[in-house]
Design a protein around this ligand. Structure first.
Ligand code: FHN
Length: 465
C-alpha cells in the first residue's frame, strides 16, 4: 500500500499486460477500460500525493436517520443504524423521507467550517446502509430530490461549494443497502421475502449510481466504500468495482473497503488480499505506522449519525493529540460530524472544530505534507518530519524546562517554537541525544510544537532511537 512496488501491483500489472496483449491480437481494446488497472509506483504516488499532504479531513454522516436523532420507542442509543437496531420495517422507515426538510442546510457554511478547522477534504455519505440517496439519482426515487419536501440535490450544492473553497469533495457509498429489493441478504427480522431478488442486478444498480456520482459532481477525491462485510460481496466484485471507479475518474483514490481486506478491524490484514489504496482503521489509532497508506476515521462523541442524547464529546485536547498521534505514525485523520435534521452541525462539534482550527492556524506546518516520526519512543509526545525539518509535538511540558530528545545526534541549524520562530531555543548534544532548554510555560494548552531545521533532509538521519 503505497510503499515500494508491492507484489500485488506487480502481479496485477503482469495479468493486465497478458490480457492487453490478448486483446490487441484479436480485438481493438478499449483504452478507457484498461488504462486504470496498470499503474507504476510513480503514478501511484502522484495520485496519492494530495491525500498524503492533506492529512486531515471531515467525515459527514447525514441522512433520514437524523430525524429520529437516535431515539425510537424509548430507546435513545440509535443512530445511522436505526432501521436495523430498532427493527423498523423498510416501508415505515421510508416515511422519514416525507419529513426530511433541512431548511437550515447551507453548503457554504459547512465547507467553511471544515476549511477553518484545517480540514482539506470532506467525505460525505452519498448513500448509507439505509439506501437513501443525498443526491438526485435517476435510478431511484428514494433520494432527496424525489422523495422529500426539500427537493434540492445536496451533493450538487456541496460539490459547487467545495470547488469554490478549494476543498476536495469525496463520497462515502455503502455497498450494503437495506432498501433496494435486489440487495441480499435481507435483515433477519424483515418480513420482505428474498423471492425474486437478484444480487447481480443490485450490483449493476450500485455501479450505475457510482457512475452518476462520478459523472455529475465534478472531480471527486476519494470514493470511500463501506458495508462490504456480508457474504454476497467478495474480492472479485471488489476488483471489478475498483477498476470501474478508476475507469470513470482515473485519478480518484479508493479505500480498502471496496474489497474484503479491512485492517485495524477485527481479523488480520493481508496486503495480498486487501484491495484499494489505503487502510481504514475505525475508532482506533494503530500503535505504530502500518507500512502503507492508512486513515483513522473517528467520531467526536459515540455516534456517526446525529444522536441528540449523546453528550460524550471528546475534548479539544484529546482530538488535537489524536490528530498529532495519527500523523506522527504516517496516517490521515478523518473526523466525523453528524448533522441534525435541520441541516446544522451540532454546536459541540462546531466548538471543537473551531479549537482545532485555531491550533492548526499556528501549527499546521507540522501536520500537512509531513511523514512519520523518526523517533521510536518519545515519552512526552510525538514527532513529524518534512523536508529539512523535524517537529516535536510536546504533550507534557517538562517541569525542569529541559526537553530530552533521545537519539537526536544530527546538529540542527536552528531550534525554535513553531509559534514564535524568532525565539531560538538552546540545544545541547550528549551521547544519548539532545537537551532543549524551553520556556517555563507551555506555549499551547493542548500541544506545543518545537521545530528543528537541519542542513540536510533529516530522513537521512535514519530512525533515531
Ligand atoms: O456500519 C458503518 C457505520 O455506520 C459507519 O458508517 C462506519 C464509519 O466508517 N462504518 C461502518 C462500520 O464499520
Amino acid at each position: 500500500m503505497g510503499k515500494g512496488m508491492s507484489p500485488k501491483i506487480i502481479l496485477r500489472a503482469i495479468c493486465i499486460l497478458v490480457l492487453l496483449t490478448g486483446f490487441m491480437m484479436c480485438t481493438h481494446s478499449n483504452e478507457q477500460e484498461n488504462q486504470t488497472a496498470v499503474e507504476t509506483q510513480e503514478q501511484h504516488d502522484q495520485r496519492m500525493s494530495w491525500w498524503r499532504d492533506a492529512r486531515f479531513g471531515m467525515f459527514i454522516h447525514w441522512g433520514l436517520y437524523a430525524i429520529p436523532a437516535g431515539e425510537w420507542e424509548g430507546e435513545i442509543n440509535h443512530a445511522e443504524w436505526i432501521l436495523t437496531t430498532a427493527q423498523i420495517p423498510v416501508k415505515e422507515y421510508e416515511n422519514f423521507a416525507k419529513e426530511f426538510n433541512p431548511a437550515q442546510f447551507n453548503a457554504q457554511q459547512w465547507v467553511n467550517t471544515a476549511k477553518n478547522a484545517g480540514m482539506k477534504y470532506i467525505v460525505i455519505t452519498s448513500k448509507h446502509h439505509d439506501g437513501f440517496c443525498l443526491f438526485d439519482s435517476k435510478l431511484t426515487d428514494y433520494d432527496v430530490v424525489d422523495a422529500t419536501p426539500f427537493k434540492r440535490d445536496i451533493l450538487k450544492e456541496l460539490s459547487e461549494e467545495c470547488y469554490n473553497q478549494g476543498i476536495k469533495l469525496c463520497f462515502y457509498h455503502s455497498i450494503m443497502d437495506w432498501h433496494h429489493p435486489d440487495y441480499l441478504p435481507r435483515r433477519k427480522w424483515e418480513s420482505r421475502s428474498e423471492e425474486g431478488a437478484d444480487f447481480d442486478r443490485y450490483v449493476q444498480h450500485m455501479k450505475g449510481q457510482v457512475k452518476e456520482l462520478l459523472t455529475n459532481y465534478g472531480e471527486i477525491g476519494v470514493l470511500w466504500f463501506d458495508g462490504e462485510w456480508e457474504d454476497t460481496w467478495n474480492r472479485e466484485r471488489g476488483i471489478d468495482l475498483y477498476d470501474y471507479v478508476r475507469s470513470l475518474q482515473p485519478s480518484i483514490i479508493i479505500n480498502n473497503r471496496v474489497g474484503k481486506g479491512r485492517e485495524g478491524m477485527a481479523g488480520t490484514y493481508d496486503p495480498e488480499q486487501a484491495l484499494g489504496d489505503f487502510g481504514t482503521p475505525e475508532q482506533e489509532i494503530p500503535s505504530t505506522g502500518l507500512g502503507y497508506d492508512w486513515e483513522t476515521c473517528m467520531t467526536m462523541n459515540d455516534h456517526w449519525g446525529y444522536n441528540k442524547h449523546d453528550d460524550n464529546w471528546k475534548s479539544n485536547k484529546d482530538l488535537i493529540q489524536k490528530l498529532v498521534d495519527i500523523v506522527s505514525k504516517g496516517g490521515n485523520f478523518l473526523l466525523n460530524v453528524g448533522p441534525t435534521a435541520e441541516g446544522l452541525f451540532p454546536e459541540p462539534s462546531i466548538k471543537r472544530l473551531n479549537a482545532i482550527g485555531k491550533w492548526m492556524e499556528v501549527n499546521g506546518e507540522s501536520i500537512y505534507g509531513t511523514s512519520a516520526s523518526l523517533f521510536s519512543d518519545l515519552k512526552w509526545g510525538r514527532s513529524t518530519t518534512k523536508g529539512c525539518k523535524v517537529y516535536l509535538h510536546v504533550f507534557e511540558w517538562p517541569e525542569n524546562r529541559t526537553l530530552e530528545v533521545p537519539g537526536l545526534k544530527e546538529r540542527a541549524d536552528s531550534v525554535y517554537l513553531l509559534q514564535n520562530p524568532e525565539a531560538s531555543l538552546t540545544i545541547e548534544y550528549n551521547d544519548t541525544g539532545a537537551l532543549i532548554q524551553v520556556p517555563e510555560d507551555a506555549p499551547d494548552p493542548y500541544v506545543s510544537v518545537i521545530a528543528l531545521k537541519f542542513a540536510t533532509t533529516p530522513g537521512l538521519l535514519g530512525t533515531l532511537h
